[in-house]
Design a protein around this ligand. Structure first.
Ligand code: ZN
Ligand code: ZN
Length: 351
């Protein structure tokens, strides 16, 4: 992998003129796929703005996620604080789950023949992040965001008791074009009986890197990627081979395979850095819809996989669509170099 210092030696790299920048292909062991950086297709890094900013989030006439309407929701799993009618957050079942939590007894069936079918057992839960409709995640203080992260952890620990679950994906769709069907701030968790392809591909890539260098590639984040900000326990970076424009990763500084080993102190610390990144994205990019995903390790990683599995959180502002080239090849075209993204995002002033 080319080091950032070498990568930034490319021609015309003053961050303001894109005319002399040549396209470049990059591959990161973490994503394990090629990205084409093609800045000539785009405007200056500072000109990226969302064309479809989020609406001011008017309260609809009926929102079941608002406090006082709990009986209109699917069953509650737990709330914070416990049993408190003045809750700060609630974790509930998804009313329209993609997988069924009632099929566990059938889920031990082996895959049969060439069709590779298994029963659709799994969990699909929703974390309602605030009792108040107008509050967005980035409005919540670091302690409150830490509470949400600890709620993810608690639910992961509950689901992990089910032996046929192999991977748990935590994600947030913020804004209609990022896939959110409810405007009330929430995130989701999907627990799957299989290890999804991005995770197996990441394990392959980070394993190869470990075998070549003896190191975990995410422990080396500060030298391999372009640092935006850091807190006591986390660093936020524009990744060297970012798939999407203005994509940001928040990575624990200490080696850790699983998100659900996060402790309370680190949760508040991560809450602060996540809030800062979301505020900077909103300010710099005109309040775009966004997704974040927590990329953790499969529940049943082996002892030998632990040294090269390292969780992180990926934030993707929705600035560009996916077209035929990306669907056809699995390669992505990114119109902005991450070194320019890091420079722009470091300098965003929130005052
Ligand atoms: Zn609401
Ligand atoms: Zn590591």
């Amino acid at each position: 992998m080319t080091s950032p210092s070498h990568a930034s030696d490319r021609g015309g790299g003053d961050g303001d003129s894109v005319e002399n920048q040549s396209p470049e292909l990059r591959k990161d062991p973490v994503t394990n796929r090629w990205v084409i950086f093609s800045p000539a297709r785009a405007k200056r890094p500072t000109d990226f703005k969302s064309k479809s900013p989020q609406n001011p989030n008017p309260k609809p006439s009926s929102c079941p996620f608002c406090i006082g309407r709990e009986q209109e929701c699917a069953p509650e799993l737990f709330r914070v604080p416990d049993h408190d009618p003045n809750w700060k957050l609630r974790v509930i079942e998804n009313l329209y789950p993609a997988l069924s939590r009632n099929l566990e007894t059938q889920s031990t069936q082996p895959e049969t023949g060439t069709s590779r079918t298994i029963v659709g057992f799994g969990f699909h839960d929703v974390v309602i992040e605030s009792p108040v409709h107008s509050i967005q995640l980035s409005d919540i203080d670091p302690v409150g965001i830490g509470d949400i992260l600890i709620a993810y952890k608690k639910r992961i620990n509950q689901i992990a008791q089910h032996d046929s679950i192999n991977y748990i994906q935590v994600f947030k769709n913020q804004g209609a074009s990022a896939g959110a069907s409810m405007s009330h701030s929430h995130s989701q968790m999907m627990a799957l009986p299989v290890v999804p392809p991005t995770v197996s591909s990441r394990l392959d890539g980070t394993k190869d890197y470990f075998e070549e260098t003896g190191k975990c590639c995410l422990c080396e984040a500060k030298s391999k990627h372009f640092v935006i900000d850091e807190s006591s326990h986390f660093v936020s970076v524009a990744p060297f081979a970012a798939t999407y424009p203005f994509e940001i990763w928040i990575i624990p500084k200490d080696h850790s395979s699983h998100f659900h080993h996060l402790d309370d102190v680190k949760a508040v610390d991560l809450g602060g850095l996540l809030k800062l990144m979301l505020q900077k994205i909103a300010k710099q990019l005109n309040d775009p819809p966004y997704n974040y995903m927590i990329h953790t390790s499969p529940l049943k990683v082996t002892e030998s996989q632990l040294p090269y599995t390292h969780w992180f959180l990926q934030i993707v502002p929705q600035l560009s669509g996916v077209g035929g080239f990306e669907i056809g090849t699995g390669c992505y075209i990114n119109p902005v170099f991450p070194e320019d993204v890091a420079k722009v995002m470091r300098e965003v002033s929130l005052t």
